[in-house]
Ligand binder design. Structure first.
Ligand SMILES: Cc1cc2nc3c(=O)[nH]c(=O)nc-3n(C[C@H](O)[C@H](O)[C@H](O)COP(=O)(O)OP(=O)(O)OC[C@H]3O[C@@H](n4cnc5c(N)ncnc54)[C@H](O)[C@@H]3O)c2cc1C
Length: 443
């Protein structure tokens, strides 16, 4: 199939120059697939979903597992996201969820997403992964006085319906405990919530998977899968892995090329990050930026930001619609302007890093975990909420693979495939229309 985006974004052999790459040693000794092998389960994709699933299969269920990754281990979105562990992995309001799925199912969904945050935190603690964890809650900031009421409402619903610990701050209060600047008209906080260095977390998890017996192959893109006599032949680098089961953990980088049932179920959306040089103490003080908690601006076309340990400032937003290196540069410049509008005292601060990656949006607007008719399992579509959701989902998928049951005991919102996009070649047009609509509302 032809790509939705420019080929630049799919250069699996080219490391992405993110800030995270400068914070740890990314040299590793994982092999390329250079011989034919046999296993019980092949996991395709070496992000949080794939690695967590493989780790759980090997460690908790003593399964024979091979994990195969197109780039190097540390290439995908799990290695280059903003590191916000926040809720919730769906692009719809609580009111819509209540209406569509009922109260009980929605409550279960929130119970599961909170479990997701604790699951990520527990992995970090259990395996002592040093991934620069900061913060003890998440903030959502009202970008305009008219949003403050919605923030108060959200806080109330979180508390009353789902038992989540929340707190509301007026603009003046948030000036003291968060930051000053434009587009800050009060905020809410909720727990649990924190931020991590996503690459360090991923590499730590991969090491644990390896220690538990997962055979990891990198720089080996799966190009074809054939079924022969109840076995799968998974082909990469002209070699074959023969297996009984397959796990698809390719999320936004799936190119509609391996399984007809999965094709055209994902709208990959570019997410973009810029990072400043380290701010001086005076610059930090000039906006009274006193928190290391992750912060989300409550717009429809939201942006998110946080202060890093070395006083660099991370600012993220939706990316462009083209996907080339050039379009990414242009988008990053626009984001710089946007950031400096919100934090005008930093107008002379240089940007040291910019990069992007793909997140997966689906027609379901919620994650999809499940099994196709064959022994093919999938988990994707976290609606840009993978730090919370992908490790937990990988673990749930492992339980599904080893059980005889076809269902997991998790909220229905997570289960089953989304509908395919109608006229899938128009996916970017749908996105363009949605973006125009939201930017109109935001104005
Ligand atoms: C810029 C950016 C910022 C983000 N910020 C946040 C955030 O702050 N908080 C949050 O919760 N989420 C965030 N996200 C989303 C989050 O990163 C993802 O939801 C999560 O990483 C998905 O994990 P995954 O393992 O499913 O997919 P990925 O980490 O993308 O892994 C999929 C892997 O599959 C591999 N693959 C694809 N095709 C093949 C093939 N044919 N053969 C072999 N391998 C293949 C890819 O190379 C890739 O490494 C962000 C994403 C981006 C891009």
């Amino acid at each position: 199939m032809s790509n939705l985006y420019h080929e630049d974004i799919y250069k699996f052999d080219k490391p992405v120059k993110s800030y995270w790459e400068t914070t740890c040693n990314t040299n590793n000794n994982y092999n390329k697939l250079e011989k034919n092998i046999q296993t019980n389960i092949v996991v395709i994709g070496g992000g949080y979903t794939g690695i967590s699933c493989a780790l759980s299969l090997a460690k908790n269920f003593n399964e024979d597992v091979v994990l195969i990754e197109a780039g190097h281990i540390g290439w995908g979105s799990s290695a280059r996201n903003a590191g916000f562990c926040c809720i919730y992995p769906a692009k719809m309001s609580v009111a819509t969820m209540f209406k569509k799925f009922g109260k009980e199912e929605t409550k279960k969904f929130f119970k599961n997403t909170i479990e997701g945050s604790y699951f990520t935190k527990n992995l970090i603690d259990e395996y002592k992964i040093n991934c620069d964890l900061t913060g003890d809650s998440n903030y959502e900031v009202a970008p305009h006085p008219s949003y403050f009421e919605s923030i108060k409402e959200e806080s109330l619903i979180y508390k009353k319906e789902f038992g989540i610990e929340t707190k509301v701050y007026s603009k003046e209060e948030f000036n003291e405990i968060g930051h000053t600047g434009e587009e800050q008209f009060g905020a809410l906080s909720y727990k649990p919530g924190f931020a991590i260095n996503p690459l360090k977390f991923l590499l730590g998890l991969a090491e644990e998977a390896k220690k538990s017996g997962v055979q990891i192959y990198q720089k080996s893109k799966v190009t074809k899968i054939e079924k022969k006599l109840e076995k799968f032949n998974v082909i990469a680098n002209d070699h074959i892995i023969t297996s009984n089961k397959i796990v698809m953990a390719t999320n936004g980088f799936y190119k509609d090329d391996l399984f007809p049932d999965l094709n055209n179920t994902i709208l990959p959306v570019i997410s973009n990050i810029i990072i400043t040089r380290p701010l001086t103490n005076e610059e930090v003080k000039s906006h009274n930026f006193v928190t290391y908690n992750p912060i989300l601006n409550f717009r429809n076309l939201l942006f998110y930001y946080r202060l890093l340990k070395d006083n660099r400032f991370l600012f993220g937003a939706r990316g462009d619609l083209i996907g080339s290196e050039q379009s990414s540069k242009i988008k990053s410049k626009k984001m710089e302007e946007q950031m400096k509008k919100v934090f005008p005292n930093w107008k002379n601060v240089e940007i040291d890093f910019h990069w992007r990656g793909l997140v997966a949006v689906t027609t379901k607007f919620a994650p999809s975990i499940g099994k196709l008719d064959d022994e093919i399992y999938y988990s994707f579509g976290y609606q840009a909420n993978g730090v919370n959701t992908a490790p937990w989902s990988g673990n749930e998928l492992a339980k599904l693979i080893v059980s005889n049951s076809k269902k997991l005991n998790i909220s229905k919102l997570y289960q089953g495939l989304p509908k395919k996009f109608p006229f899938p070649f128009l996916r970017l047009l749908y996105l363009r229309i949605a973006l125009l609509y939201y930017s109109f509302i935001d104005k």
